[in-house]
Design a protein around this ligand. Structure first.
Ligand code: SME
Length: 167
């Protein structure tokens, strides 16, 4: 499938609107959570500027386990409550971290990362995992990114089954 790169001059809101149209087309007719999560992170990595890592962690027992991602190799298991991912999972809320070096317990997978956003995957209040994005730019993410990424995760969850990826 062809994904057209966004115009560099789009506002964040316009970029996320465009992205949700592309995502809806990408998810149409496919229920595999693994395939859909893999394509969502490829799409985000392709169309959002200033990212060095995008990926999923899925809940297995009391740990988050690495799923599909784009970027450098990453740590495989994160305990709930640890790092930015584990904290967002524990709180079941999106975390925007403008400077990862100022976040107590941040887990550094790529030295280039300066800021981060983590969006929990919640289905009827049940935690399935998290979506994590890293940027080499300080304060890259804000509430517009939180809203746009929560909407993208909502579409993914509506369209997919996660089966044994989540336990
Ligand atoms: N920085 C994350 C770990 C995952 S990597 O960024 C890919 C954290 O503190 O949870």
């Amino acid at each position: 499938m062809q994904v057209v790169n966004s115009d560099a001059n789009l506002s964040k809101a316009e970029r996320y609107r465009e992205l949700s149209g592309q995502l809806a087309a990408l998810l149409a007719g496919e229920r595999s959570g693994l395939a859909n999560a893999a394509n969502l992170c490829a799409l985000l990595y392709q169309v959002l500027p200033d990212l060095n890592w995008v990926g999923f962690y899925f809940l297995q027992g009391d740990e988050l386990v690495l799923g599909p991602f784009q970027g450098k190799v990453a740590c495989v298991r994160i305990a709930i409550g640890r790092g930015v991912c584990g904290t967002a999972a524990h709180r079941k809320e999106t975390l925007v971290v403008p400077d990862v070096h100022a976040f107590p317990g941040h887990i550094a997978c790529d030295d280039a990362s300066a800021s981060e956003i983590v969006v929990p995957l919640l289905q009827a209040g049940r935690l399935l995992g998290v979506l994590d994005l890293d940027s080499p730019r300080l304060a890259r993410f804000d509430q517009e990114d939180a809203a746009g990424l929560e909407a993208a995760v909502g579409l993914l969850l509506q369209s997919s089954e996660f089966g044994r990826l989540v336990d």
